[in-house]
Design a protein around this ligand. Structure first.
Ligand code: ZN
Length: 146
């Protein structure tokens, strides 16, 4: 799909710090990883809602997420690897793999604050590593196909 940053990555025209790729899926480091080792897993076809991914492709996405999750555990040694699908931001279905060192890490709790009685988040507080640093994270998790 035009103007979709994840489709650009799939087509090879967008910058990416690639962790894994096979025929149907890709895994890469987000531009603002909440922790080192955070990863995004996508199906290659442009599908907006993850609930619309066909069964066989959904299984492939989950298998990639598990493989990458095992590698995150091996390299970064979090207590758990969690997964979030919020569906906002890029409208191309994606799973966010989150290394967790605390039960509330999945909620991005260290970015939360209360203003006028509402819980808000400060995404500007997310780290913004350089491309070289993102590439280094990707290298640490890289899984060759097969
Ligand atoms: Zn797309």
């Amino acid at each position: 799909m035009e103007n979709c940053p994840f489709c650009s990555i799939v087509k090879g025209t967008g910058d990416v710090s690639l962790v894994f790729e096979d025929t149907w899926t890709m895994a890469f480091i987000p531009l603002q990883p909440i922790y080192a080792g955070a990863c995004i897993v996508i199906p290659k076809p442009h599908i907006d809602h993850f609930t619309d991914i066909p069964d066989e492709l959904a299984a492939k996405v989950m298998i990639t997420a598990q493989r990458v999750g095992r590698k995150i555990r091996e390299v970064y040694k979090p207590l758990r690897v969690g997964m979030v699908v919020h569906g906002f931001g890029v409208h191309h279905a994606h799973l966010n793999l989150i290394p967790q060192y605390d039960p509330l890490d999945i909620t991005y709790k260290h970015l939360a604050y209360i203003e006028a009685g509402e819980v808000k988040f400060a995404p500007k507080e997310l780290p913004t590593p350089s491309r070289a640093e993102l590439d280094e994270m990707a290298r640490s998790l890289r899984i060759e196909h097969g």
